[in-house]
Design a binder for this molecule. Structure first.
Ligand SMILES: Nc1ncnc2c1ncn2[C@@H]1O[C@H](COP(=O)(O)OP(=O)(O)OP(=O)(O)O)[C@@H](O)[C@H]1O
Ligand SMILES: [Mg+2]
Length: 346
């Protein structure tokens, strides 16, 4: 988290679209997802019973400390996991359980097509030895959207225009190193949405960019979402970024979601002490502090996580019950759910 968060937290939160989203079935429903990695040092429970959903046109933010399982969750949705990983639960996209699909259906219809992914570092998604035009055009060709060279160039120009690359007719013959960091991330975003995905998963898409460019990329996401209705899962360390673009937020801690709710409720009335601590660690504009607040202690090992609440060891409100059993998830108000004994045991 950096001093830039304050600029975004102060922007207006994205309004949650009216009631329709509450009643319509979500396009993505993840139920009881577990991802266990069999490593020499033991079985790592990287994702340990995650439920989440995304509606059409909705952006779900996933926040949490490093190592909490955010990336593993979306890599599990895409089934892009290290060898030997054990996946459990359900990942329903428009009713189809992706975890039950044969690998060839996953790679042909879903990865990069119905589900697009944008990673943290746009450079790793772009090959330095091919022109930007060739790279943006390759998936169009692969997905059968443009068969002749001219048609492909025209579509590449359209993609670059849609992500506001200036003079796309000439820029498509440039190489990635001739683009700035923000432009590269826009190119990658353009490539991701060129296949008209149902779902876009973005893993820290702006953390390598400065704040002005972050704001531009987030505005671009919103514009694309308004035009296409794409559902977005946005992983971020930055609660300010989450406030500026997400409709709902899920807070992850040690492989589990500990609190979820619409962004305004969660930021105004955080119920889990971990969410409260995360919010406390955002620097606030105009506030003089000797030091930034940091949550004391560190998360537990995911090889042998504690039996009770996983945050208990760092929690200022710890009581004996917290170490005895994992708290059940309760709904405090519509859509605002928390797993904490403070909330359930009074
Ligand atoms: N390729 C891998 N091999 C072994 N363990 C891994 C691998 N990738 C992640 N892990 C482990 O899985 C757990 C969850 O990691 P994950 O990458 O999902 O965290 P994260 O929340 O995305 O963190 P960050 O914010 O640092 O990106 C961690 O304990 C991590 O050490
Ligand atoms: Mg990650």
């Amino acid at each position: 988290m950096n001093g830039t968060s304050q600029d975004m937290t102060q922007q207006q939160a994205v309004p949650v679209a009216p009631g329709v989203r509450d009643v319509a079935a979500p396009m993505l429903s993840v139920q009881g997802l577990t991802t266990h990695l069999d490593l020499r040092r033991g079985l790592v429970r990287a994702v340990d019973g995650v439920d989440l959903h995304v509606h059409e046109g909705e952006t779900l933010g996933v926040v949490g400390e490093s190592g909490s399982g955010k990336s593993m969750t979306i890599l599990s949705i895409l089934r892009l996991l290290p060898r030997g990983a054990q996946l459990g639960g359900k990942v329903l996209l428009d009713g189809t359980d992706l975890l039950q699909l044969p690998e060839n259906a996953m790679s042909r219809e879903y990865r990069g097509r119905k589900i697009a992914m944008i990673s943290q570092d746009p450079l790793t998604s772009l090959n330095p030895v091919f022109t930007v035009g060739d790279q943006v055009g390759a998936p169009l060709h692969y997905h059968g959207r443009a068969d002749s060279r001219e048609a492909r160039r025209r579509q590449v120009v359209q993609v670059l225009e849609s992500v506001r690359i200036p003079s796309p007719q000439t820029r498509l013959d440039d190489y990635p190193h001739q683009f700035s960091g923000g432009m590269r991330q826009r190119v990658v975003t353009g490539m991701a949405i060129a296949s008209a995905p149902r779902l876009l998963v973005a893993d820290e898409p702006t953390s390598a960019l400065d704040v002005t460019i972050q704001v531009q990329i987030m505005a671009l996401f919103r514009k694309i979402q308004a035009q296409t209705g794409v559902g977005i899962i946005l992983i971020t360390h930055d609660l300010g970024v989450a406030a500026s673009i997400c409709h709902r937020v899920a807070v992850m801690y040690a492989g589990r979601i500990v609190e979820t709710g619409d962004v305004r409720t969660l930021y105004k009335r955080p119920a889990h002490p971990y969410t409260q601590a995360l919010l406390k660690s955002i620097p606030h504009f105009g506030e003089k502090r000797e030091r930034l607040y940091a949550i004391p202690g560190s998360p537990p090992s995911l090889i042998d996580p504690p039996h009770g609440c996983r945050f208990a060891a760092r929690c200022p409100h710890r009581k004996p019950l917290c170490d005895d059993a994992y708290p059940p998830e309760i709904e405090l108000e519509s859509g605002h759910k928390v797993s904490c004994w403070l909330a359930s045991a009074g």
